[in-house]
Design a binder for this molecule. Sequence first.
Ligand SMILES: Cc1cc2nc3c(=O)[nH]c(=O)nc-3n(C[C@H](O)[C@H](O)[C@H](O)COP(=O)(O)O)c2cc1C
Length: 197
Amino acid sequence: MKTVLLLKSSLFNGHGQSSQLANAFAAKAFPGAQLIERDLARDPVPHLDGERFSAFLSKKESRDEKQAGIVAYSDALIDELRRADAIVIGLPMYNFGLPSQLKAWIDHIARAGETFRYTANGPVGLITGKKAYIFATRGGTYAGTPADTQTPYLRDFLAFIGITDVEFVYAEGLAISDASRNAGLAAAKQKMESLVS
Ligand SMILES: Cc1cc2nc3c(=O)[nH]c(=O)nc-3n(C[C@H](O)[C@H](O)[C@H](O)COP(=O)(O)O)c2cc1C
């Protein structure tokens, strides 16, 4: 049985357009899969700060109780990623970037020695053999332009940890007019169908 990690980051939880697309895709593409669902807006990962990052760097034997708890929490997020065969991400655009809730998750799974390691030839990703599907929803239209900072950022980050097989599905123009919203959602659904069949 396949395992799917479903990450949602819309402020509107399950009602967000990105969440609805990600939910629908996970159900269609992976029927019967074991779903690990994380709604990062409903159950936010804390922002990374100095204390948390120091805990990540600390040696196991010298950690105090608080540091051990911080590392265990990050380990659990990484374990979900390791267990997944596929990762489905709902990615709204907020203020030209990623939702901060998703960035906080990224900051907790980017751990040297766990999800990537440095070698003489540069960094090597350790989360391999997985495919990611990103459902990007925007009020305006940006895909394929320099204003779309989300696509290269997420593609680069996922490649950094070893996930190089990534599909982006865009639903754009959602805030321009009813017609453009309908067209944006229809385009996303059509692309979704092509990925499922
Ligand atoms: C706080 C906030 C900031 C937003 N910033 C942008 C933006 O910079 N560019 C854009 O095209 N749309 C922007 N939008 C519109 C969202 O991208 C759009 O509503 C999309 O559906 C969000 O995905 P969601 O429905 O899954 O939350 C913003 C919406 C909110 C609530």
